[in-house]
Design a protein around this ligand. Structure first.
Ligand code: FE2
Ligand code: FE2
Length: 385
């Protein structure tokens, strides 16, 4: 889309927001180098001021106070509340995944492609690598959430929000811990942070405005994670991962609610120009997260032509449905915050362009956390100490 087609001339171009003119330019997406591959540590400039408040009135924001009290009661222990003695047979699961794929993809569909000569062992390895890749990205994303939420503790001016964010820091530490443990003990290898997810995390941390951390992390990254975890929780029959995801989702639903509740109040006081900046940031985040789903690193490791493999897998109905479904929490939450229709519906048009607007009237996550509170449910049933 060229800038002249945009509803308002004041909006930044794709070039300015994304670094490419065509949002779907696959060559440009795959060409971005990955700076994280050979690192142990990575520094990002955090440009924000730490804010003290001398207004200690607890409960001045009742919805945030309620969330905080809920979070204190809904803590769980990643070491002792999950049964790590469960044996995970990754090869058996991969074999099942290959059988499922074969039921949908005929050999004729693969004729003449880089997958035509794939043996059963190759398919199995591809499936195993995709599992390792996916859990690795979840783990890195969780560390991003840990760092971003610690930043919110520093930068948000409201005491109820600082209190709540402090509980989220603990939640995110537990999430990094359980995903890292699952990868190390139950799967078979790590992948580095995907470069597109990394760009988004760095942009969130770079930004000096406290509400941008919420928009990037709680609304966009965690909104996508909540949908992804829900999907995988439904699909997997591996009992350890199923319970791990159920408990992580119980926390994540609160985190997204924290974002919706905080930004709803703050956005009501913003000017049109300030709302436009938030719309552009939401669009950038949506595209970065879509770009990160291509699992290009898996194809590189498998030694198949990356662009061809990405194009083939991207086009399968299952992949398209999954990738769109990941926006099922983000779009209604953006609508609730007034982001879709500000600036002559700018973000609505961009979400139409990337094919995710159909979720706009799905349930927003402002109150959903109570129904997803598996930790409290298990405690009430005597299944959790
Ligand atoms: Fe998390
Ligand atoms: Fe989270």
């Amino acid at each position: 889309m060229s800038t002249t087609e945009m509803p308002t001339s004041e909006m930044s171009s794709n070039e300015a927001i994304l670094g490419r003119t065509d949002v779907n330019d696959l060559d440009a997406i795959l060409d971005v180098p990955n700076p994280y591959v050979d690192e142990v540590l990575h520094s990002v400039k955090d440009n924000a001021d730490a804010i003290f408040t001398w207004d200690y009135e607890k409960g001045a924001r009742p919805a945030l106070n309620k969330l905080y009290e809920k979070a204190k009661d809904a803590q769980w222990n990643g070491e002792t509340d999950l049964d790590w003695s469960i044996e995970v047979d990754q090869e058996r699961q991969a074999a099942q995944g290959v059988n499922d794929a074969k039921a949908m993809i005929s050999p004729e569909m693969l004729a003449g492609t880089c997958f035509a000569k794939f043996s059963d062992a190759d398919w199995m390895q591809l499936n195993i690598e995709q599992g390792n890749w996916m859990l690795s990205q979840f783990m890195h994303g969780e560390q991003g959430a840990l760092v971003c939420t610690a930043k919110i503790v520093e930068t948000v001016p409201w005491i109820d929000a600082k209190y709540y964010a402090a509980t989220q820091v603990m939640d995110e530490a537990r999430h990094v811990e359980v995903f890292a443990k699952y990868l190390d003990e139950k799967l078979s290898g790590h992948y580095p942070l995907n470069t597109h997810l990394g760009m988004l995390l760095e942009d969130i941390i770079n930004d000096s405005r406290w509400d941008m951390t919420y928009l990037g992390m709680q609304i966009m990254v965690e909104g996508l994670a909540l949908a992804a975890f829900g999907f995988i929780h439904q699909m997997t029959d591996e009992p350890l991962l199923k319970k791990l995801l159920r408990y992580v989702m119980s926390d994540e639903a609160r985190h997204v609610a924290f974002g919706v509740l905080s930004l709803k109040e703050y956005y009501e006081g913003l000017s049109d120009a300030e709302m436009r900046e938030r719309q552009e940031f939401a669009f950038e985040a949506a595209v970065r997260m879509r770009d990160r789903l291509l699992s290009q690193e898996v194809f590189e490791r498998m030694g198949v032509p990356v662009k061809e493999a990405v194009e083939l897998t991207k086009l399968t109905p299952d992949a398209q449905m999954f990738n769109q479904f990941l926006f099922s929490k983000i779009v209604p939450n953006c609508k609730k915050l007034g982001l879709l229709d500000a600036s002559d519906k700018w973000l609505r048009h961009r979400f139409e362009e990337i094919g995710v607007i159909q979720f706009e009237d799905w349930v927003d996550t402002g109150a959903e956390y109570e129904s997803l509170d598996a930790v409290s449910a298990d405690r009430a049933a005597g299944e959790l100490a």
